[in-house]
Design a protein. Structure first.
Ligand code: DGL
Length: 293
């Protein structure tokens, strides 16, 4: 990890956006409600090793998954405003709950900075893998109730039959580092057994929450081997890579940097987040920021 001084501050001084000729050297901004989006950042860095990233986890207001759409939109605007102030060339909403309510709004507000969420790429990944068209989406309460995955899947595959289930406890389990063992397995079964039993046609389980990829091994145990387990991190990374080239925003100027920002609890962010990122980092590498300022 080369987390060091904040990347950026290269946006033109009067708040305008740098020209396309200088923009490509800026970092890609990534935000999430907390540590979960680090699973997405991990995939982005693997796919785009030459790019710099500035990641903001809104740990002070986590979780987003149980908050109203209005609050999540407001938090998303504040997080984006902050990252744009630091200077970014692209924004990735690494949180499913925020993606499901804020993509369109953020695109309008922060144009010309391109914005990508994780819901559309996740839906595309699910549709690409499913043969039967029976897709189960598991996510937070907010994501399920908002229906963004259901809409995104219907757009790509109108004949798909989608069942969505909120699995709120999975977030706490993942944050506690409980990713294996009988208790986790029992919780996963409690949430999924009935749905999978009653809907035997399901051949794809779409992980519509940033935290769920760390529970993949247990999910694999509980779900029949016939069912594909898909998450949006890889497809989001692929979509971002293609769009950067398309917009001439890609860079191959080293060094690639990674800045990690959080709104609360650097210690916890580092401890829990290292597991999500798949790489150990220290609390000293986390810059604490206040979005209200
Ligand atoms: N990042 C959130 C998501 O992907 C999960 C955690 C939360 O509820 O804030 O929906």
């Amino acid at each position: 990890v080369t987390s060091d001084e904040p990347v950026g501050k290269r946006a033109s001084p009067r708040g305008g956006h740098p020209s396309p000729f200088t923009r490509h050297g800026l970092p890609i901004g990534v935000f999430d409600s907390g540590v979960g989006g680090l699973t997405v950042l991990r995939a982005l860095r693997e796919r785009l090793p030459r790019e710099s990233f500035i990641y903001l986890g809104d740990t002070a207001r986590l979780p987003y998954g149980t908050k109203s759409a209005e609050s999540v939109l407001r938090y998303s605007i504040q997080a984006t405003q902050f990252l744009v102030g630091r200077g970014i060339k692209y924004l990735v909403i690494a949180c499913n709950t925020a993606s499901s309510v804020a993509v369109e709004d953020l695109r309008r507000r922060f144009a010309p900075i391109p914005v990508i969420g994780v819901v559309e790429p996740g839906a595309a990944a699910g549709c690409a893998v499913s043969r039967s068209g029976h897709i189960a989406v598991i996510a937070t309460e907010g994501t399920v109730q908002g229906g963004a995955y259901q809409r995104a899947i219907a757009k790509i595959r109108p004949d798909a039959i989608v069942v969505a289930r909120a699995c709120s406890l999975f977030v706490s389990l993942a944050e506690e580092g409980w990713t294996q063992g009988p208790i986790v397995e029992a919780v996963v079964r409690r949430y999924l057994d009935e749905m999978l039993r009653e809907r035997g046609e399901i051949d794809t389980l779409l992980l519509g929450c940033t935290h769920f990829p760390v529970l993949r091994d247990v999910l694999r145990k509980v779900v029949s081997s016939e069912v594909a387990i898909v998450d949006s991190a890889q497809t989001t990374a692929a979509a971002l890579a293609a769009d950067l080239v398309e917009r001439s925003l890609d860079t191959n100027q080293p060094p690639a940097r990674m800045s990690l920002l959080a709104t609360d609890g650097a210690q916890r962010f580092a401890r829990v987040g290292s597991g999500f990122l798949g790489e150990t980092f220290a609390a000293e590498q986390v810059e604490l920021v206040d979005l209200a300022l």
